[in-house]
Write a protein that binds this ligand. Structure first.
Ligand SMILES: CC(C)(COP(=O)(O)OP(=O)(O)OC[C@H]1O[C@@H](n2cnc3c(N)ncnc32)[C@H](O)[C@@H]1OP(=O)(O)O)[C@@H](O)C(=O)NCCC(=O)NCCS
Length: 176
């Protein structure tokens, strides 16, 4: 009983932000933990990459940045301007780190920033001794699936009509 109660206490006090590795800069890009003041920049990147339609609202970002102890957002900045971000949520019981959102400003894509953001995710997962990174992405031929495959992810499942507009999603995972 005592052990169970200690485990419960540990889970209830858990805060993913305490398990972040030191975020090191790479190729002139700085990585930081996102705060509420970053949300307008995150929304601007969403409008840019999704051509005006914003999958995540201000409230979604606040929930994951401030209210959910199992979640964190990291931003990539170049000369103090936000150029990309990744959202991470830990699923302790499943021993996995879930990518909730990832985007790089269109004009900054194909320069290794998406890769660096995922590398930060791998470091977070390693800090917590998690076995895999998982995500959902739209099931389209020209989407982000090719990127994730290059990053070592494999498809695991199709989720029919997963998105509000009826598109299917594919779940992917990278074993660590
Ligand atoms: C997917 C995304 C995050 C990739 O970011 P990026 O900074 O351009 O990626 P990188 O430059 O780090 O690319 C890493 C590798 O993946 C490749 N790659 C990037 N996008 C790709 C794509 N759409 N299809 C296939 N390969 C891709 C790159 O060529 C590079 O390969 P290399 O190592 O052989 O040179 C970015 O295109 C994006 O924000 N897309 C719109 C939002 C989105 O779809 N997010 C994911 C939703 S789940």
């Amino acid at each position: 009983m005592a052990i169970l109660s200690r485990i419960r206490t540990w889970f209830s006090k858990f805060d993913l932000r305490q398990f972040l590795p030191v975020l090191t800069s790479k190729d002139g890009i700085d990585f930081e933990m996102a705060e509420r003041s970053d949300i307008q920049d995150l929304l601007a990147i969403e409008r840019d990459v999704y051509a005006g339609t914003v999958p995540w609202t201000y409230t979604h970002f606040v929930r994951e940045i401030e209210n959910n102890p199992n979640a964190v957002f990291l931003v990539a900045k170049k000369s103090n301007h936000t150029v990309g971000f990744i959202g991470l949520r830990v699923m302790l019981y499943a021993k996995e780190l879930h990518v909730t959102n990832l985007a790089v400003k269109t004009s900054m894509q194909q320069q290794g920033i998406g890769d660096s953001l995922l590398q930060q995710a791998v470091r977070v997962a390693a800090n917590l001794n998690l076995g895999k990174i998982t995500l959902e992405t739209p099931r389209v031929t020209d989407g982000a699936q090719g990127f994730y495959r290059k990053e070592g992810f494999e498809s695991t499942q199709i989720l029919a009509s997963y998105y509000d507009d009826g598109r299917d999603a594919v779940t992917m995972e990278k074993k660590l």
